[in-house]
Design a binder for this molecule. Structure first.
Ligand SMILES: Cc1cc2nc3c(=O)[nH]c(=O)nc-3n(C[C@H](O)[C@H](O)[C@H](O)COP(=O)(O)OP(=O)(O)OC[C@H]3O[C@@H](n4cnc5c(N)ncnc54)[C@H](O)[C@@H]3O)c2cc1C
Length: 271
C-alpha cells in the first residue's frame, strides 16, 4: 500500500492525477483505519490530508458560513460562528460518537465515507447546504442533495476532493427545528433511524438517515405537509413507503425502522 503526504493542495492534485485507479484520503482516519484493519482496503494508495491548511477552518462571508472539510466535530462544537448562526446544527451534533472521536472525525470524512448512517448528512440536507468540490484549477459548488447518486456513489470527478460545505447564515432562522437519532444506546451509537426537520408556516424540510442507500430529503412528504393543515397518518404512511427503503441488518429490522421513522414524523408534525 502506497502512502503519500503532499505538502499542499497543489501537490495533492499532482499526486492524485498520477493515480489511475481507486485511491483514498486519510483525514481523521476514524472510518478508513477501521476499513484497513478489516482488510476492506488492501492495496489502494492512501493520501494523507489532515495537515492541509487549505481544507481547514470555519469562516464567514456576508451571507454564509463555510466549513472546511477537515473541520473536526470538536471544532464545530467549539465554534462561536456555528453557535451564533447555526445553533440547531450545533446542538444536534453534541452526541456525535464520543468526545475522543469528535477530536479526530472530520465533516468531510463523514460525508465522503458515504455511509447511510452518517449523522451530519441529514442535518446538512435540511439546511440546504452546498458542497464545495475542489480540483486542480477549478472549484464548484453543488447542493448536497445532488451529491449522492447511490450507495457510496457520488457526483465527484476523478481528481476532485471535498473542500468543505457552505450553509447560509439564515438557514435555520424562523424555522421550528427537529432532530432525533435513534440507536441502541445514548452514547457512542450508530443511528438505526435519524430524522432531521425544519418547518415554518409555509414550508417543510425533512431528511432521513439510515433508511435508504444514502441520506436524503423526503420531498413527497414535504409537499404533502405544505399542502394541508390536517395531515392524515394513513397518507403519511403511504408516502413514507414510497420514500424510504429500510433494510434489515444487525442493528434492527426493516419493520422496526419503518415504524420508528413514522413515529418520529408524527412527533415532528406536533412541534
Ligand atoms: C467508534 C466509532 C464511532 C463512530 N460514531 C459515529 C457516529 O456517531 N456518527 C457518525 O456519523 N459516524 C460515526 N463514526 C464514523 C466516523 O467517525 C465518521 O464518519 C467520521 O466523520 C469520518 O471522518 P474521518 O475524518 O475520520 O474520515 P476518514 O476515515 O479519514 O475518511 C473516510 C472516507 O472519506 C474519504 N475522505 C475523507 N476526507 C475527504 C475529502 N476531503 N474529500 C474526499 N474524500 C474524503 C476517504 O477517502 C475515506 O473514504 C464512528 C466511527 C467509529 C470508529
Amino acid at each position: 500500500m502506497k502512502f503519500y503526504k503532499p505538502k499542499n493542495l497543489t501537490e495533492l492534485f499532482q499526486i492524485s492525477e498520477k493515480i489511475a485507479g481507486k485511491k483514498y484520503f486519510l483525514a481523521g482516519g476514524t472510518d478508513i483505519n477501521v476499513q484497513i484493519k478489516k482488510k476492506m482496503i488492501t492495496d489502494e494508495p492512501i493520501i494523507y490530508i489532515n495537515h492541509l491548511e487549505e481544507l481547514q477552518g470555519i469562516r464567514e462571508t456576508d451571507e454564509s458560513i463555510i466549513i472546511g472539510s477537515l473541520c473536526s466535530y470538536q471544532e464545530l462544537l467549539n465554534s462561536p460562528l456555528i453557535a451564533k448562526y447555526l445553533p440547531f446544527f450545533r446542538a444536534s451534533l453534541v452526541n456525535f460518537a464520543s468526545p475522543l472521536l469528535q477530536t479526530m472525525a472530520t465533516i468531510g470524512g463523514n460525508i465522503a465515507n458515504g455511509s447511510p448512517t452518517a449523522d451530519v448528512t441529514p442535518l446538512l440536507l435540511v439546511l440546504d447546504a452546498q458542497i464545495i468540490l475542489m480540483a486542480k484549477s477549478k472549484m464548484r459548488h453543488i447542493p448536497l442533495r445532488d451529491f449522492f447518486t447511490g450507495y457510496k456513489q457520488f457526483n465527484l470527478k476523478k481528481n476532485e476532493i471535498i473542500g468543505g460545505v457552505q450553509i447560509t447564515k439564515n438557514a435555520e432562522t424562523g424555522y421550528k427545528t427537529f432532530y432525533k437519532k435513534v440507536g441502541s444506546r445514548k452514547a457512542l451509537t450508530i443511528a438505526k433511524v435519524a430524522l432531521a426537520g425544519l418547518k415554518n408556516s409555509e414550508e417543510y424540510k425533512l431528511a432521513v438517515g439510515s433508511l435508504n442507500e444514502y441520506p436524503r430529503r423526503l420531498s413527497k412528504i414535504e409537499e404533502y405537509l405544505a399542502s394541508t393543515n390536517t395531515p392524515e397518518s394513513v397518507k403519511l404512511e403511504e408516502l413514507l413507503k414510497q420514500e424510504i427503503t429500510p433494510i434489515s441488518d444487525m442493528r434492527s429490522d426493516k419493520d422496526y425502522r419503518f415504524q420508528v421513522c413514522l413515529n418520529l414524523l408524527l412527533e415532528f408534525i406536533q412541534i
